[in-house]
Design a protein around this ligand. Structure first.
Ligand code: HEM
Ligand SMILES: *[C@@H]1O[C@H](CO)[C@@H](O)[C@H](O)[C@H]1NC(C)=O
Ligand SMILES: *[C@@H]1O[C@H](CO)[C@@H](O)[C@H](O)[C@H]1NC(C)=O
Ligand SMILES: *[C@@H]1O[C@H](CO)[C@@H](O)[C@H](O)[C@H]1NC(C)=O
Ligand SMILES: *[C@@H]1O[C@H](CO)[C@@H](O)[C@H](O)[C@H]1NC(C)=O
Ligand SMILES: *[C@@H]1O[C@H](CO)[C@@H](O)[C@H](O)[C@H]1NC(C)=O
Length: 328
């Protein structure tokens, strides 16, 4: 037991060292700044906010789409908008081929509005960061918070790196902690950011393993029964329906309801329920469940921290004209 624990601690420590080594150079050269576009495109953030608001007003599920895009962008070669690149003749195996995400057309729409303000100035990586922040504001009722900017867009997008870096919904707690540590994010950040699963959608295929052939004993039995009426058994030709992440309160509102759902076993993924698997994370879940305001502050701070992962700044990378294609 003691050996297993110290081996685990050593691995965690190594992951932190690696993450620190990876993130130091770009930060030392030219860190992100608050209001980076103050002179070059003063209306950029207002335009992103306005278009994002319009998109979410039309389709309330879109806040979750922007939030998840930002997460997947940052976890795969840093927040560089690599998730947005379309396949080309030269590179057919891009990131977006690995996992189906929503919201690509919506991001292009925001970019087009910003381009008409200030052509060639605002990166797609920053637009994604602003749109995720604005989604927390519009869909979560957060007071607006500053999102530092000055990210540049990358030119590389590789399918394999998604599989290597995006955590799996069947990960155990130690795997999740290690995955986040490799990005410089803490156990607190993991618990805090996981509440993004209070809104948006998921496919039954990610939950079926907890329903069939037998129900996962850590899942609320009543919840499992309800899910089974929507999610057909695998192999029954019932397809792969979409369900809401949050069935207890409004499924399009980002909130700390996620933590009450965890306590009552009403979350979709193994990776969600695993946050109850240590006394430390379970205590954090209880705290976040009891205190919405504190969780909101922590979520905003963790989102900003996530937005600093391995960013390209200064003259590295480029600013794309269209978010789905590299500028040649
Ligand atoms: C901790 C590890 C995580 C795992 C294993 C995970 C896994 C998943 C999975 C499997 C889905 C369902 C996708 C589908 O069926 O289409 C999902 C949805 C979602 N995830 Fe995560 N996720 C994690 C962390 C995060 C984080 C950190 C965020 C953002 C801060 C996030 C935001 C979302 C959102 C908003 C959705 C709903 C997307 C939509 O409505 O289209 N997730 N996640
Ligand atoms: C805000 O967005 C709406 C569409 O949702 C557009 O008609 C309007 O011109 C925009 N206003 C500004 C100031 O960008
Ligand atoms: C495709 O890749 C080759 C070799 O890397 C490069 O010379 C060429 O310019 C690329 N073509 C396009 C359209 O990007
Ligand atoms: C399971 O969920 C129901 C609501 O659907 C709730 O009343 C019950 O307390 C939950 N059970 C446990 C063990 O948390
Ligand atoms: C953690 O999960 C394992 C199974 O993965 C289980 O055996 C153990 O009892 C759980 N511990 C706690 C504290 O929930
Ligand atoms: C939970 O809140 C209590 C009371 O504020 C605090 O003492 C404790 O450190 C918190 N636990 C975690 C894991 O954040």
């Amino acid at each position: 037991m003691a050996t297993a624990t110290s081996a685990c601690n050593a691995m965690l420590l190594m992951a932190f060292v690696v993450a620190a080594a990876l993130s130091t150079p770009s930060r030392a050269q030219s860190p992100l700044q608050y209001n980076f576009y103050a002179n070059s495109c003063p209306q950029a953030e207002a335009t992103v906010r306005n278009v994002t608001e319009g998109i979410i007003a039309k389709d309330r599920t879109m806040g979750a789409a922007f939030m998840r895009l930002f997460f997947h962008d940052c976890f795969v070669r840093g927040c560089d908008a690599s998730i947005l690149l379309d396949p080309t003749a030269n590179n057919t195996q891009v990131e977006k081929k690995a996992i189906a995400l929503r919201g690509y057309d919506a991001v292009n729409k925001i970019k087009a509005a910003v381009e008409s303000d200030c052509p060639g100035v605002v990166s797609c990586a920053d637009i994604l960061a602003f749109a995720a922040r604005d989604s927390a504001v519009v869909s979560g009722g957060f007071a607006s918070f500053a999102m530092p900017s000055g990210r540049r867009d990358g030119t590389v997008s590789n399918f394999i790196e998604v599989l290597q870096n995006i955590p799996s919904p069947i990960f155990k707690l130690q795997e999740l902690i290690k995955n986040f540590a490799a990005k410089g994010l803490s156990i607190d950040d993991l618990v805090t950011l996981s509440a993004a699963h209070s809104f948006g959608q998921a496919h039954c295929s990610f939950v079926n393993g907890r329903l069939y052939p037998t129900v996962d004993p850590t899942m609320n039995a009543t919840y499992a029964d309800t899910l089974k009426t929507v999610c057909p058994p695998p192999g029954s030709n019932g397809g792969d329906p979409v369900i809401n992440n949050n069935r207890v309160t409004d499924p399009n509102v980002l909130s700390n309801q996620y933590y009450s759902n965890l306590v009552t076993g009403q979350v979709l993924f193994v990776s969600d329920q695993q946050l109850m698997n240590s006394s430390y994370t379970a205590a954090k879940v209880a705290n976040n469940s009891a205190d919405a305001a504190t969780w909101m502050g922590q979520f905003a701070a963790a989102l900003v921290k996530m937005g600093r992962i391995q960013v390209l700044t200064g003259t590295a990378g480029q600013v794309r004209k269209y978010c789905n294609v590299v500028k040649s």
